[in-house]
Design a protein around this ligand. Structure first.
Ligand code: BGP
Length: 470
């Protein structure tokens, strides 16, 4: 049987500005939320993204290696504070030049750039006004987005507004493991609302420019599921689905709020005065063209009966027994399923969530084009004496995810591209540099030398084989 993968399918890998660029105080860049955090006392490990893998100076080498690995597209994000370094609103021309040079290099090599405007790194002067808790942030984001469209529209045709709104505000305002380290449901709702409003404004602004291209948002969670079939658990499933997915998918794809979202939030006495008159029009006018879907793991849930709200995040990998999980008192809790393999950080390895999510999206939202914007496997790694890593575990696991993606495409899912996280080893937010995801090893002890891993060659061959069968 021939697979139904389109001939112009994009096969690539992904990065984000703060995690790979380095050059944190070079080229006129201003400080952002992560620069300030990693240089503060709150950063217990002292690990920073100051240099990281130094993509800023080595992008030509990284793009060449990517291309040689059979990939035809590269996902990256723009550093907001490299483009607008301070509150004056003056554009940093050196920042624009850097990104134009990167895109030129992409075009020269036949690599399609796939660009996210915001991946977790708010400029510090906007943190000072309260970040996304402040409604003005949405207009700041719109301004920034317009500057980017203007500066790069001739080079970039595929845009994403915001990376993982749900996970970003979950970590920053509930689990309190990313800046600004808050655990407060009301503040979480306020920030989350402004994030999706900002995205809709930027989508609308892009459409108004009339520039060629498409724009979307990057959703992080896979579809929620429950093994139970009784009304109580199905109601819990719906709440989990609202919490993880629907507030982003319905507003971005359909331009409306989920019909039951308000009532569910009112159960928790959430003040919804953050929603202003006229906002609905913004959502209606800001519908996305394409969806970015990150795929890491499933959300397997049941009803929560003990009323306890808890967010478990494993920061320490093998030094900790903590299993990743969430419970929201009275709503739902994630299930610890002992039959499912977990990674070193306690996260479920459940490749079928790729298939379930893609088929779910098709059933619920029709044929919106979907890009798998991230799919990866984090692990500790030991290279041989030549620096070569035989990452068999990554190959085994990502192979299963990919096969499920192909199966979903064969069954009609409208998938246009796939980005493996990550192009090379890079900074892993609170997990630093020991947790690695890259197709290419970065030797932090030896001048940031790049050494393709076994998975790099495997991915190249997988792409070739599957395209031959399509
Ligand atoms: C996603 C983020 C990425 C990346 C990845 C792996 O949520 O979009 O930026 O970091 O997860 O996460 P981590 O590095 O925390 O393991």
């Amino acid at each position: 049987m021939k697979h139904k993968i389109c001939k112009d399918f994009l096969w690539g890998s992904a990065t984000a500005a703060y995690q790979c660029e380095g050059a944190w105080n070079e080229g006129g860049k201003g400080n952002n939320q992560w620069d300030v955090f990693v240089h503060s006392k709150a950063n217990e490990t002292g690990i920073t993204g100051d240099i990281s893998c130094d993509f800023y100076h080595r992008y030509k080498e990284d793009l060449r290696i990517l291309k040689e690995g059979g990939q035809n597209t590269f996902r990256m994000s723009l550093s907001w504070s490299r483009i607008l370094p301070d509150a004056s609103g003056k554009v940093n021309e050196a920042g624009i030049k850097f990104y134009r040079d990167v895109f030129d290099e992409c075009r020269k090599l036949g690599i399609e750039p796939f660009v996210t405007l915001f991946h977790y790194d708010i400029p510090e002067y906007l943190v000072q006004i309260g970040g996304f808790e402040n409604r003005n942030m949405v207009f700041e984001f719109e301004k920034y987005a317009k500057i980017c469209f203007e500066a790069f529209h001739d080079q970039v045709k595929l845009w994403m507004t915001i990376n993982e709104p749900a996970y970003y505000t979950y970590c920053g305002y509930l689990a309190a493991n990313y800046p600004p380290f808050v655990a407060d449901f009301q503040r979480y709702v306020n920030a989350s609302y402004h994030v999706i409003l900002a995205s809709a404004l930027a989508v609308n602004a892009f459409h108004e420019t009339g520039y060629e291209g498409q724009i979307g948002i990057v959703q992080d969670s896979c579809y929620a599921q429950t093994p139970f079939n009784d009304p109580e658990n199905l109601a819990a499933l719906r709440k989990a689905d609202l919490f993880y997915n629907r507030w982003i998918l319905d507003t971005s794809i359909l331009g409306v709020f989920p019909h039951d979202l308000k009532d569910v939030l009112l159960e928790k006495n959430i003040d919804l005065s953050v929603v202003k008159e006229g906002d609905l029009d913004i959502f209606r006018q800001g519908k996305i063209d394409i969806l970015g879907q990150n795929v890491y793991t499933r959300k397997n849930v049941q009803v929560n009966k003990d009323g306890i709200t808890l967010f478990n995040v494993n920061r320490k990998g093998k030094e900790s027994n903590i299993k990743e999980g969430t419970s929201i008192g009275g709503w739902f809790e994630t299930i610890v399923d002992p039959t499912v393999e977990r990674n070193t950080w306690g996260r479920e390895i459940y490749p079928k969530c790729m298939y379930d999510t893609l088929i779910g999206l098709k059933n619920d939202y029709g044929d919106i084009p979907v890009y798998i914007t991230e799919n990866g496997h984090g692990s500790y790694e030991t290279p041989d004496e030549n620096g070569y890593v035989e990452d068999e575990e990554r190959i085994r696991i990502l192979g299963m995810f990919l096969d499920y993606m192909v199966q979903a495409i064969d069954e009609g899912a409208n998938v246009k591209g796939y980005y493996l996280w990550s192009t090379m080893d890079l900074y892993s937010w609170i997990n630093g540099y020991e947790k690695r995801y890259g197709l290419v090893r970065v030797d932090y002890e030896d001048n940031l030398k790049r050494i393709p891993k076994k998975s790099y060659y495997w991915y190249r061959d997988y792409i070739k084989k599957i395209m031959n069968e399509s």
